[in-house]
Write a protein that binds this ligand. Sequence first.
Ligand SMILES: NC(=O)c1ccc[n+]([C@@H]2O[C@H](COP(=O)([O-])OP(=O)(O)OC[C@H]3O[C@@H](n4cnc5c(N)ncnc54)[C@H](OP(=O)(O)O)[C@@H]3O)[C@@H](O)[C@H]2O)c1
Length: 322
Amino acid sequence: MPRAITIHQPGGPEVMQWEEVTVADPGPGEVRLRQTVVGLNYIDVYQRMGKYPLDLPGVIGMEGTGVVEALGSGVDTVSVGDRVGYVMGPPGAYAEVRNYPAQRLIPLPDDIADEQAAAMMLKGLTAAYLSRRTFVVEAGQTVLFHAAAGGVGLIICQWLKQLGATVIGTVGSDDKAAIAAAHGCDHTIVYTRENFSERVMDLTDGQGVSVVYDGVGATTYEGSLACLARFGMYVSFGAASGAPPPVPVSALAAKALYLTRPGLAPHTATRELTLDIANALFDAVRGGVQVEINQRYALSDAVSAHRALESRSTTGSTILTV
Ligand SMILES: NC(=O)c1ccc[n+]([C@@H]2O[C@H](COP(=O)([O-])OP(=O)(O)OC[C@H]3O[C@@H](n4cnc5c(N)ncnc54)[C@H](OP(=O)(O)O)[C@@H]3O)[C@@H](O)[C@H]2O)c1
C-alpha cells in the first residue's frame, strides 16, 4: 500500500505520521498521480496547526509533481505517463500516490525538472500574481518585500528586479541579508534589530514605497502602513508571525492607501488563470530567475522539514522527495 504523512489531530510537527493509506480509483474528472516531489510551503504549517481546518484524519500539502498513472472518466486534458505539477486544489500532497482533479494540473515543460517545479510552483505562481496582477510593478518603482530570503522571497525579489524595480527586502539575520542581496534586493534590512519602517523612509528620502508585500503579518503590518508612499498599496498575503489585527478603514485615509488580502486560490480558480500565471513563471525562469532548493528532506521526514521552516532556519525553497 502507498504511504502518506497523515494527521489525526491538529498540533505541532509531531502530529505528522508516516502511514499506509488506501487510494481509491480516480473518480470522474480525476487522475491518479504517482508523485515524485512535494513542495514545502507555509500553508502546510497552517493546515497542520488547524488554522486552515481539514477533514481528519487527513493529508496536508498543496503542491507536488508526478506522473499520471490512471485516468478517471471524462478526463481528456492529460494522458497516462504525462509529467505534471499542481498547486492548491484539495489538500493531500504529502503522499506517494494521490488522486487529483485533472483540470487543475499543470503540464511540465521538458526544460523544467520535477524538483525545480515542486520548489517553485506555489511560491512562483504567488510571485507571479503578486507582481503582475495584485500590484502591477513598473520599472522605477521602489517596493518592500518582507522575509526576502524565504521561499516566495527569493523568487519574487529576482523577478521584481527583472521588472526594473528598486527592491528593499527585510530579513531575520545577516546571513539571510547576504542571500537576499544576491537574489535581487538592492537594499536589505535586518528587521529583528533595525526599525524597518524608519530605514525604508531613509532609503526613499522620506517618500515611502509604492507597495509593501507582507507575508509576515502580526509583527510587520504596522510599520508597513507607516512606510508606504501616498496612494501606496499594502498587500497582506500571509501570517508567518501571526495574523495582522483588523485594520480600521480610517487608518488608510491620511495617505489614501489601498489594502488587499489576496490568495492563490482565486488566482488558480480556472485552468486558464492557472496556465496563464504558470507560463509567466516558466518565462521568468527562462529569463534568469533562479529557483534555489536550499533544503531537501525525504517526505517521510516531513517533521524535520516543518521544524526547520517554523524556526526560521530555512532560506529559499524546501522540497520533500517521495
Ligand atoms: N496568499 C498566498 O497566495 C500565499 C501563497 C504562498 C505563500 N504565502 C505566504 O507567504 C509567506 C511566505 O511563505 P513561504 O512558504 O515562502 O515561507 P518562507 O518565507 O520560506 O518562511 C517564512 C519566513 O517568514 C519569516 N518570519 C518572520 N517572523 C516569523 C515567525 N514568527 N515565525 C516563522 N517565520 C517568520 C522568516 O524569515 P526571516 O527569518 O527572514 O524573518 C521565515 O523564514 C507565508 O506567510 C505564507 O503563508 C501566501
